[in-house]
Design a protein around this ligand. Structure first.
Ligand SMILES: Nc1nc2c(c(=O)[nH]1)N[C@H]1C(S)=C(S)[C@@H](COP(=O)(O)OP(=O)(O)OC[C@H]3O[C@@H](n4cnc5c(=O)[nH]c(N)nc54)[C@H](O)[C@@H]3O)O[C@H]1N2
Ligand SMILES: Nc1nc2c(c(=O)[nH]1)N[C@H]1C(S)=C(S)[C@@H](COP(=O)(O)OP(=O)(O)OC[C@H]3O[C@@H](n4cnc5c(=O)[nH]c(N)nc54)[C@H](O)[C@@H]3O)O[C@H]1N2
Ligand SMILES: [Mo]
Length: 747
């Protein structure tokens, strides 16, 4: 990475030599060239570790190493040789650290010892593990009610850790289990559960081999799921149509050179991916999906046999769509009728279609409606429960789906609680707990006083930064189980602890020997993950061990043999098998190469909804800001970040180098607003409770529809009002923030 700040359009295919170069650079930056390279060869292999990068599944357990630039960055950053030691904390006050940016914090390396906040000196100082657990236990047991504690989870946590964690939290007495899903694919779960009876995607990787068309809505796989590009490339090569809907022209959806294909690498041009690329306005996808459904219905192409046998609600749905006018559809989608009809024709011409979607769909106020309209589209043509077809919400964190399966959920079902209580001989709390937004509100107004995080970076990932920070600072105690230093360690309660844990790549040695954990990928494959690097420090503890020790310190009447369970994770898996559907014979099945697939009823066209059938749901359109000067801002990831972890300051495929405070804007808006490319602006979000501003963002003229803007998160999170979230799912609407722009003072 050079220090120069430049903007230069990127014309090469995604992947290619630049991906290789950037990977080696990441390994060099972390000073792990030799170890990193051998570590990488074990990523996503039968006897290796699950890549901590993303939840995209592995192609073949026996294939050789599948190259992924951003997987390399994730692994390099975890196996870095840099360390954050007590000496580091001795040197720096929290006030000083809090002035550094996220890139600086991440670059300091791995945490090595448990640390406790020392208010008198505004520093963290070392604390013994036992003392740390005693401190947390005391704070928890001093609460007036268990509901005054909040237990957050990020999606890297293994199944075993997640299962023990939710058990501990429920034995303690609360369902306050917000997780990163609340900010991510919650809307997919809410929409699909109601409609299809399962909140997960139904497709497997094999379906990508049979699809005749793959539609991608609101995702940027070149950066966030690079291994998906391999699937899209193979599909494109055999003539499968790939149709992209994205306000931005994302390089990774257009063209890809597979670094493992000599032909791609020598030819230079790579393979064309999207055969059609549509740029709707931000939030226009509900209208897009509605238009596609309308064309299917009006052209008489509905699969009546499937609809009659497996669905309910078709007639009302069809009536509503026939009555929806094209003017409205064009206005709301930002696309012309002829574009929408062309996309619909491609859909109709395909005998098997997969619909994929990401954060460009879920992080809107109307996300549940949009996802249901996408599922309507599938149902109309029987595109579920047959090879090459189905819904594919592309999950984020590598085990975010598994964490939910294990019970990390603030709204557990009574049946799940019954079974958990029976197996562990206790009475689980029944009242629903706080999701992420509710947890922030509760901490802010004093209803919650202890915040415990199993991974993640709550202070940076969440919306409404100023309010959220105030909420965290009002807590009695904040605790973070972490691998790396991050903002959440600096925005703390009256007392604060950092508990450093092992990462995926590291050997997890317990009383019965080295342990493997399990994870579930985005397509419901469950498999083992075992690290092979020596831990970054002798003081690190595994997540399961931390939970077991904390449970022992906190729960005086628990009948769960906590310490015995974590001596050998097979014992944890045996308990998971007793509580959670689909995990029978867990230990044996997960040891087969590649693991096992969790049953998805939709694959057999079974839909365990309240009616026993899949449902059609009609949704009204429109909730658009109408003020002339108000634009919609989406907050996205750059190529050099993993959520709040900033690896570097480049966003190669969008041509940005050396800076992150940029705002992509159309030429039309620049001239309309009297602004110029390269100028600096302050961005203000306009909301009913007042204004929020972030300062000094450089305008970058870009191929994006008028009225739409894009910037990176977390820098823009101060702009997202806490109560601006998805209907029903409460996912913060961080992809459609109504904002105005003003030239920065002094610019
Ligand atoms: N390297 C890397 N990998 C990651 C992550 C990472 O940060 N870095 N994060 C992980 C996580 S937790 C997740 S959830 C996933 C996220 O993966 P993505 O879902 O790809 O996430 P975003 O970068 O937020 O990109 C969303 C895309 O949606 C588009 N978009 C925004 N608004 C709209 C809209 O209204 N309509 C349409 N059609 N498109 C829209 C944006 O232009 C952008 O291309 O990736 C996972 N993998
Ligand atoms: N504006 C805006 N906000 C967003 C989004 C957006 O698109 N726009 N995206 C949202 C999404 S999709 C998500 S998923 C959330 C992400 O929210 P989080 O999951 O809370 O955030 P991360 O940045 O993934 O967490 C990174 C931290 O996790 C810790 N960590 C890494 N590996 C491990 C491990 O193995 N164990 C433990 N215990 N800790 C580990 C490290 O200390 C690291 O600093 O952010 C959300 N916020
Ligand atoms: Mo996510």
């Amino acid at each position: 990475m050079s220090d120069k700040k430049t903007i230069e359009h990127y014309l090469k295919p995604a992947g290619g030599w630049d991906a290789l170069r950037s990977s080696w650079q990441a390994l060099r930056d972390q000073q792990v060239v030799v170890k990193g390279a051998s570590t990488l060869l074990r990523a996503n292999q039968p006897r290796g570790f699950d890549c901590p990068g993303c939840a995209w599944p592995d192609r073949n357990a026996h294939s050789t190493f599948e190259f992924c630039e951003n997987g390399v960055k994730a692994v390099a950053n975890e196996s870095t040789s840099k360390r954050v030691t007590p000496a580091f904390f001795e040197q720096h006050t929290l006030a000083w650290l809090d002035e550094r940016d996220d890139h600086f914090l991440e670059a300091q390396g791995r945490l090595t010892e448990p640390m406790v906040y020392d208010a008198a000196h505004d520093r963290y100082r070392p604390i013994a593990w036992d003392d740390a657990f005693a401190m947390i236990a005391q704070a928890l047991n001093a609460l007036a009610s268990p509901d005054e504690a909040v237990f957050y989870t990020s999606g890297r946590t293994s199944n075993e850790a997640a299962f023990l964690y939710q058990l501990f939290v429920r034995e303690f007495g609360t369902n306050n289990l917000p997780d990163c899903s609340n900010m991510c694919h919650e809307a997919s779960g809410v929409a699909l559960t109601e409609q299809l009876g399962s909140g997960k995607g139904s497709v497997t990787l094999e379906d990508f081999e049979h699809a005749r068309a793959i539609f991608s809505f609101g995702q940027n796989p070149g950066t966030n799921h690079p291994r998906m590009l391999g699937e899209l490339r193979s599909a494109a090569k055999r003539g499968c149509r790939i149709v992209a809907f994205n306000p931005l022209r994302e390089r990774g959806l257009e063209r890809f050179a597979n670094p493992q294909s000599p032909a791609d690498m020598l030819g230079g041009a790579g393979t064309q991916l999207a055969s059609e690329y549509y740029q709707p306005r931000i939030g226009g996808d509900l209208a897009v999906a509605t238009a596609l459904c309308k064309v299917v219905i009006e052209s008489g192409a509905v699969d009546r046999e499937f609809v009659d046998a497996h669905t309910h609600g078709y007639d009302d749905f069809a009536d509503t769509l026939r009555a929806t006018g094209w003017d409205e559809l064009e206005r709301e989608s930002g696309l012309s009728r002829s574009d929408l009809e062309q996309a619909a024709r491609t859909y109709l011409d395909s005998t098997a279609t997969i619909l994929c979607w990401g954060m460009g769909i879920t992080q809107h106020t109307r996300s549940v409606a949009t996802i249901q309209m996408l599922a309507n589209l599938l149902l109309l043509r029987g595109n579920i429960g047959k090879p090459g077809a189905g819904p594919c919400p592309v999950r984020g964190h590598s085990n975010v789906q598994g964490d939910r399966t294990m019970g990390i959920y603030e709204q557990p079902s009574p049946a799940f609680l019954d079974r958990l209580g029976a197996v562990f001989d206790f009475v689980p709390p029944r009242a629903h707990g706080y999701d992420t937004v509710a947890a922030i509100e509760a901490m802010h107004d004093g209803r919650a006083k202890v915040f415990f995080a199993m991974g993640g970076n709550f202070a940076a990932a969440t919306p409404d930064t100023a309010l959220t920070h105030e909420a965290l600072r009002r807590c009695e105690l904040t605790v973070h189980v972490s691998t790396k230093l991050n903002r959440s360690h600096l925005v703390h309660g009256r007392n604060a602890l950092i508990l450093p844990c092992l990462g995926r790549t590291e050997i997890d040695l317990q009383a019965d020997g080295p342990q493997a954990v399990t994870v579930e990928d985005s397509m419901s494959m469950v498999h083992l993950s075992s690290g092979m690097n020596p831990p970054a420090s002798e003081q690190l503890m595994s997540e399961p061990a931390i939970i077991a020790r904390l449970a022992e310190a906190t729960l005086t009447t628990s009948r769960t043999p906590w310490r015995w369970l974590v001596e050998d994770y097979d014992r944890v898996r045996d308990r998971i098998a007793q509580v959670i559907d689909g995990f029978d014979d867990f230990n044996a099945r997960v040891r087969t190469d590649g693991g096992f697939h969790l049953h998805h009823p939709g694959r057999e066209r079974a839909f365990p909804t309240s009616t026993g059938k899949a449902g059609f749901f009609a949704h009204r359109l429109g909730d658009r800001a109408t003020r002339e000067d108000v634009l919609q801002l989406m907050t996205v990831r750059s190529h050099d970040q993993y959520n709040t972890t900033v690896y570097g300051l480049d966003d190669r495929y969008r041509g940005v180098h050396g800076l992150r405070r940029v705002c992509f804007i159309s030429a039309a808006d620049l001239s309309r607003l009297g602004l110029r490319d390269g100028e600096h602006v302050d961005i203000t979000s306009v909301w009913h409770d007042g204004e929020r501003t972030v300062r000094d963002f450089r305008l970058v003229e870009y191929d994006i529809p008028p009225g739409c803007l894009a910037s990176y998160f977390p820098e823009t999170n101060p702009l997202v009002p806490l109560d601006h979230h998805a209907e029903r799912a409460r996912t913060p609407a961080s992809k459609s923030i109504p904002v105005t722009l003003r030239r920065s003072a002094g610019a």
